[in-house]
Design a protein around this ligand. Sequence first.
Ligand code: HEM
Length: 225
Amino acid sequence: MSEPTRAVKVWDLPVRLFHWLLVALFLFSLLSGKMKGNWMEWHMYSGFAILALVIFRILWGFAGSTHARFSSFLAGPGACLRFAKRLLSKAPAYVAGHNPIGGWMVIILLLSLLLQAGTGLFANDDISIEGPLYKFVSKEMSDRLTAIHYYNFNVMVFFVFTHVAAVVFHVFVKKENLVSAMFTGTRNLDAATEVPAARFASSWLALILFALALVAVYLVVKRPF
Ligand code: HEM
């Protein structure tokens, strides 16, 4: 296996902040949801924050830096298959941004988080907790959405487990430290890896998009009008 020879900036600050905030909120939601009681109120706030983060990430997927854009990492089945073969071979599997398979995992994670936060808005616990949009649906519909909220939680845990297992595989088997790249933004790539010219979008634009996402969630949750 050839050694990595150059450091290339791939992840902008907004992607890195998004990721680690998401991890913290995901863990907090998981624990507060399990603890129930007074923690349920915090569970809801954490869900609203995750919703805002995911809306931001979707906007950033269209307007953000090159490697954050969906168009830069969504690949067809041929590219995924070729990459899978490389992964299973002894050859290095460096890619500047998300690899073709990892790119689809990003989409799956974002969609399952969206489904989780979205169904939570309509959920009820049959005792004292109701999502902010509970009153806009029938009790039966709320119960069904609550069931999806519970079921999708397990599905999501499975996806997150797979995601973390894939990262561990890259770190220990392919000797590529993706985790430090998610902290520093810089990835070590071997000389053979093609590095497309990347454009880095302004963090101010990210802040504006995140503020818009927060306002959208506030309007849905509080409905001030
Ligand atoms: C400690 C546990 C975790 C570690 C070490 C980790 C690590 C990473 C790494 C290294 C990447 C970049 C992958 C690449 O280079 O293509 C990544 C991306 C991502 N991870 Fe995690 N992750 C963790 C937990 C989670 C959790 C709990 C979630 C969601 C609930 C999550 C969601 C994502 C998403 C959505 C991306 C794509 C980032 C983007 O493009 O904006 N991760 N993760």
